[in-house]
Design a protein around this ligand. Structure first.
Ligand code: AMP
Length: 140
């Protein structure tokens, strides 16, 4: 069976713009962001949904979600953060992930998880990755 795309990212078999990782979690930029700086946090183990999450692992999930949200907010200087976690319905990748999405005052969401934007060609995606990764390191 074809292996899960997020497992491949966790194992570094395919490239992602990684902003943070530790033993159990890895976080990287969403390749099709709602707003630039949109970041995903996943467990390295293949856990499909919230319902499959081991109880003993949930505190760490909350702690790491806060860490990445803090890094996105401070790294790109946005006003707030939207957290989304789709389970089964609207879940296009069956490997648990939290969407950590920067929000700016007056910049409205037009729909649920759309439209998506694109990084400019060149270095823009790397600039966002670097700002978030640095802020996670500084504000840990
Ligand atoms: P969901 O629809 O809630 O399951 O979200 C899956 C997210 O994964 C979407 O926002 C996709 O843009 C994102 N995504 C899928 N493949 C990749 C990838 N290889 N690298 C980064 N983000 C990805």
């Amino acid at each position: 069976m074809e292996e899960c795309i997020f497992c491949k990212i966790a194992k570094k078999e395919i490239k992602a713009d990684i902003v943070f990782e530790n033993e159990n979690f890895i976080s990287f930029l969403d390749k099709s962001p709602i707003f630039k700086g949109h970041t995903l946090l996943i467990p390295k183990n293949h856990i499909e949904t919230l319902f499959d999450f081991p109880e003993g692992y949930l505190k760490e999930l909350a702690v790491e979600t806060k860490r990445i949200a803090n890094g996105v907010k401070k790294g790109i200087g946005c006003d707030g953060i939207l957290l989304i976690n789709n389970n089964i319905i609207s879940q296009s990748v069956p490997h648990f992930h939290v969407h950590i999405i920067p929000r700016e005052k007056g910049k409205l969401l037009r729909g649920f998880m759309w439209p998506r934007t694109k990084y400019k060609d060149g270095n823009e995606e790397e600039e966002f990755r670097e700002k978030i990764a640095k802020a996670i390191e500084i504000f840990k």
